[in-house]
Ligand binder design. Sequence first.
Ligand SMILES: Cc1cc2nc3c(=O)[nH]c(=O)nc-3n(C[C@H](O)[C@H](O)[C@H](O)COP(=O)(O)OP(=O)(O)OC[C@H]3O[C@@H](n4cnc5c(N)ncnc54)[C@H](O)[C@@H]3O)c2cc1C
Ligand code: FES
Length: 264
Amino acid sequence: MAPFTRRRLAVTGMDELGAYRVLRVADPDAPEPDPGQFAMLAAAERWGGGDEERPYLPRAFSIARRVGAESHFLLEDVGPGSRRLCELQAGERVWLLGPLGRGFRLPPARRRSLLVGGGAGIAPLAILQDGLAGEVVVLLGFRDAARAQGAGLLDGARVATDDGSAGHHGPVTDLLAAELERDPLALVYACGPAPMLEAVRAMCAERSVPAQLALEAPMACGFGGCFGCTVARRGGGYLRVCVDGPVIDAEQLEHVDPHAGAPA
Ligand SMILES: Cc1cc2nc3c(=O)[nH]c(=O)nc-3n(C[C@H](O)[C@H](O)[C@H](O)COP(=O)(O)OP(=O)(O)OC[C@H]3O[C@@H](n4cnc5c(N)ncnc54)[C@H](O)[C@@H]3O)c2cc1C
Ligand code: FES
């Protein structure tokens, strides 16, 4: 369990990675995260709250990597919160609550892992790859070549782009289908936009391949209190993505909710 208080941390750097940014923060007291866990982040200064404005809620980001005492996050500028975080410079401060949620379960020895990511959803696959010992295949999909530079976050990734400007021209699930053809005993770990996750879920269900899906959903609290992040569970009821996930076994879902994936 993460300490249930947020920490005020110093930004140590902000690196460009194609269309993305990698935010580095010094977090020496962080509990070691499981791959797939996330944190709620807010800039300590200029976080909404201008004249007659309310401050923004913190935003959820996967922990992309731990390097020594630093935590790294992959950011895509998609709106006011992520834009402010992308502007941060070394020496500025952030509030961080985490690590939160349930991460990926590591595979048993000798099973090949297929890591399938899309867009900013590749972030939790980086820290997962860092922790995997056996054979790992990394398949990443992006909209275009600028975003495909994000693949540099992982080692040895094969890339697909929607517009064909880098790697395979087509969805990353084309690459996944070929890999599953070669090795139907592989285990699949995926994170990305909802349509990609739904295609991965359906493909794996058809072949009885176990898949763990890291979902995203609009989150207000990040720790189970607001019920803003619920998705339907197969057979009835619901799951809160922040505490029952974000990593959820694909077989727990009838389908991936269109709102439960990274922004496309
Ligand atoms: C567990 C988790 C891990 C995440 N990890 C990353 C990450 O590693 N890197 C990254 O860039 N982003 C990640 N996100 C998404 C990130 O939280 C949102 O992009 C961010 O909150 C958007 O805030 P904003 O103020 O910039 O934009 P907003 O104006 O709030 O939103 C911009 C657009 O993105 C959509 N959106 C907002 N939040 C979410 C969300 N949580 N899920 C799906 N769509 C959303 C909105 O509907 C809108 O269309 C993650 C989300 C979750 C829940
Ligand atoms: S974000 Fe509040 S319950 Fe999940």
